[in-house]
Design a protein around this ligand. Structure first.
Ligand SMILES: [Zn+2]
Length: 146
């Protein structure tokens, strides 16, 4: 008995394909994870053009939504990193200065310098990673548009 072929849609270029497996990559643009539809190939071929078009549009929309939520997540995390940086530096300065004015100069300097360095390193690392994530997405977007 032949296996049932499920219909997949490429959310990037709208190509329709079918596969017996649970995942498929687009044979036209190479997009690695085509969106599975609820239809088997036989059933798909019976759909009206209107129904097909609506299903393809829904698949394309799902990718756009993904991209939007990804980039807003990146900018949200970037904002958190900046707030973290400012709050951490302010905290280090305030704690350091209050310790120094209490006469605990050694502790104060440690808190001031150590706190600042720790804050800059953690916030910097997060921002570098976010930047790389954004770059990868941008490059991928450019490549896939070709
Ligand atoms: Zn494609």
């Amino acid at each position: 008995m032949a296996k049932t072929e499920k219909v997949f849609i490429c959310p990037k270029c709208g190509t329709v394909g079918s596969s017996e497996k649970n995942n498929a990559s687009c044979f036209k643009c190479g997009y690695p994870s085509m969106v599975p539809t609820e239809y088997e190939l036989k059933r798909w071929n019976e759909l009206s053009e209107q129904q097909k078009r609506e299903t393809i549009e829904a698949a394309e929309m799902s990718l756009k939504k993904d991209e939007e939520s990804n980039s807003s997540l990146i900018s949200f995390l970037n904002t958190i990193a900046i707030i973290w940086l400012i709050a951490g530096l302010l905290g280090a300065i305030i704690i350091g200065i209050s310790l120094i004015s209490d006469g605990q100069i050694g502790f104060g300097l440690c808190a001031l310098i150590g706190g600042s360095i720790a804050t800059v390193i953690t916030a910097g690392t997060v921002m570098v990673f976010l930047d790389m994530a954004a770059d990868v997405r941008r490059i991928r977007g450019i490549l896939e548009k070709k």
